[in-house]
Ligand binder design. Sequence first.
Ligand SMILES: NC(=O)c1ccc[n+]([C@@H]2O[C@H](COP(=O)([O-])OP(=O)(O)OC[C@H]3O[C@@H](n4cnc5c(N)ncnc54)[C@H](OP(=O)(O)O)[C@@H]3O)[C@@H](O)[C@H]2O)c1
Length: 301
Amino acid sequence: MDADKTVLITGASTGIGLATARALCGTSYRVILTAKKSSLPRFEAHVVSELPHVRIRALDVTKPEERQAIIDEAERDWGGIDVLINNAGVTYRAVVEHVVEEERLAQMAVNFRAPMEMIRLVLPGMREKGAGRVITISSVGGMMAMPTMAAYSASKFALEGAHEALWYEVKPWGIHVSLVQPGFVDSDGFQRVRYTPQSDRSEHELADPYHEHYVNMSPFIGRLMRMSPATPESVAKVVLKTMRRRRPPLRVPATFDARVFAFLRRILPRGAYHSLLYRMLPNVRTWGPREEGHSPPPQLP
Ligand SMILES: NC(=O)c1ccc[n+]([C@@H]2O[C@H](COP(=O)([O-])OP(=O)(O)OC[C@H]3O[C@@H](n4cnc5c(N)ncnc54)[C@H](OP(=O)(O)O)[C@@H]3O)[C@@H](O)[C@H]2O)c1
């Protein structure tokens, strides 16, 4: 019975999280929608409000006391969490040389460490019930890395590895673990991409050795997102379908391009796969060392 089950979702005030939140509100599950305190007004702006089966709570996933408080409340009032949806995420755009330790930790804090801590908090209750579901929004970035996305990919690869181990560990208790992997999604998540001070400078300085990496990759990724037929709503549908499958798979590619990349990775030898992707990078011949007297071709707007 769905009405006996409690679902908690993180980072639910925008994008994929908001679309999933809306879809969840239309079900009979008990739902806890969470977002950072400063982002809670967005729910009202999107006409998402509390109902007898829907609670809206502040949760910055990087804050241990907020994580604990929300789990305590769910255990006290609704018998604990039956489905955890780890959705909150941030994206840094920077080549490896332009990420300092503090920025790398900030990326890992939201995308990897926080979901793992959320999982640790819900597992005892799930083990006790002999049931439960953990659904984490990973990414195509968790199956393939792209230049200027090293820290982001590292965080999603880390999630993929940890969830693969978790899948084996908690299967004996009937707990299902799934990674939903969207590819490019037509959403405004692109506008929230974070630059580090060094990557920001490099994108704007023609003479910077990595300038071409950024001025080619940023619009390329933006175009792929805008042209994508996938939307936050279509990904939300995949999340809900995964939640309801009797035997959900560990990895669920959630967009057409994610299925293509997963297929290419499976069939192509690793070396051929990397060479193919390298050749597909926009204007890759202009990246790196410049010949004397050679200036990069003008960028299209
Ligand atoms: N859009 C894509 O193309 C795409 C592709 C593959 C995977 N994904 C993954 O899908 C998930 C959702 O992304 P999206 O596209 O919907 O982007 P988004 O609109 O930027 O959503 C990310 C959400 O995470 C929240 N968040 C960030 N830091 C948080 C924190 N410390 N505590 C709580 N919430 C926090 C943000 O809230 P604030 O605004 O309050 O910070 C925001 O609501 C992410 O895990 C992302 O990596 C997206």
